[in-house]
Ligand binder design. Structure first.
Ligand code: NAD
Length: 336
């Protein structure tokens, strides 16, 4: 039997969620909800499901839901997620929220705490690591192909000319980067952040963030809203992890994975692992995983890409901001 789901916020990204739920045989898109009535009505017409104009109204209707995506936006792309997420979690409905979990740590903590208290699955669309290539790289690490992991270098950059808050670039883009970094290297212990403002900009649109991980690894993230060709094309993401026996390079989250042994020239390159061709497909792989987990009755503490992980990524961002504001190395524990 398929699970019944709703999408709250059917703008650009919510529409992607809706299509994926509609396409997946294990899920039945039964409702869309948007404060913009025209958008809600249009999507409901497209999918033959019910339209609601607030979460309160949707819950009061008595509609049965096994899960919901929250793809609202707001300040720094995360300011609007709190209210609908809290309403859904209070009603014990599992939530897949968009990133950033929130632009405010206090709100992120409340959502994670409520989900835990109610034992309700709560996940974040940390789609960049839900790729077959990332899974292979993770397996190489687990099998010891890299030996003892030493260092990581990551680049995540797009062209985003939007000028909102000074920290828009860090808070809106790098939940992905820090989640990918945590996926491969574990928890971060401390950060040192350097920023500048791209030509003609008022926000900190370029950042270099040095990282020390709790397992002893060191690394850096180069992040930018002033880079590459059109957003969504090539050049988005690059992760390079090195260890005592070798290193891997993962390009564009899913497009190419290369293993470089430390002491030989037998380089292995794999392209389009698992048939995934483009970053855009990561939405489907991530949301399909969420659907699988919900269908299997996942326990709240076993959810992949959980709300807690979304919060941990956001804490690294806040530590980086503090580091640049105070021009010093900041321990993650200072913002926890
Ligand atoms: N995972 C990714 O790779 C990725 C990529 C881009 C954007 N995003 C995230 O997706 C989210 C949405 O971005 P977007 O570009 O689709 O925004 P958008 O503005 O196109 O859509 C947001 C929608 O939410 C609706 N909304 C706002 N408050 C609401 C509420 N309380 N109840 C119901 N509907 C409400 C708005 O009317 C709007 O239709 C953002 O958090 C953004 O950071 C994620």
């Amino acid at each position: 039997m398929s699970i019944k789901v709703a999408v709250v916020g059917v703008g650009n990204i919510g529409s992607i969620h809706a299509q994926i739920y509609a396409d997946n045989k294990k899920s039945d898109l039964v409702a869309v909800c948007d404060i913009d009535r025209e958008k809600a009505d249009r999507k409901a017409g497209q999918y033959g499901c019910r339209a609601f104009y607030s979460v309160k109204e949707m819950l009061a209707s008595g509609i049965k839901l096994d899960g919901a995506s929250v793809a609202t936006k707001g300040e720094e792309n995360g300011g609007d997620h709190y209210q609908p997420t809290m309403e859904l979690l209070r009603a014990a409905i599992p939530v897949l929220g968009e990133k950033p979990i929130s632009n405010q740590l206090s709100e992120a903590r409340e959502m994670v705490a409520l989900a835990k208290e109610k034992k309700v699955p709560y996940a974040i669309d940390l789609n960049h690591r839900f790729t077959p290539a990332a899974a292979v790289a993770r397996k190489w690490l687990d099998e010891g192909r890299l030996g003892t992991p030493h260092m990581v270098n990551m680049r995540m950059w797009i062209n985003n000319p939007a000028e909102t808050s000074p920290w828009f670039h860090l808070r809106a883009l790098h939940p992905h980067s820090f989640d990918v970094l945590r996926y491969f290297c574990g928890d971060v212990e401390s950060v040192a952040c350097f920023c500048n403002k791209g030509e003609g900009r008022t926000i900190w649109s370029n950042a270099q963030i040095l990282l020390k991980f709790t397992n002893g690894m060191i690394g850096n993230l180069a992040g930018s809203y002033d880079a590459t060709g059109p957003s969504g094309s090539f050049g988005l993401e690059h992760v390079d992890v090195s260890g005592s026996e070798g290193r891997f390079l993962l390009e564009e989250a899913c497009q190419a994975l290369t293993y470089y042994p430390r002491r030989s020239m037998e380089i292995e390159t794999y392209r389009y692992i698992g048939g995934m061709l483009h970053f855009q497909e990561t939405f489907k792989s991530r949301i399909d995983t969420w659907i699988d987990q919900l269908s299997d009755g996942v326990a709240d503490d076993k959810v992949l890409g959980s709300g807690r992980e979304g919060l941990l990524a956001q804490e690294i961002i806040e530590a980086a901001i503090l580091s640049w504001e105070e021009r010093r190395i900041v321990s993650i524990s200072e913002v926890q």
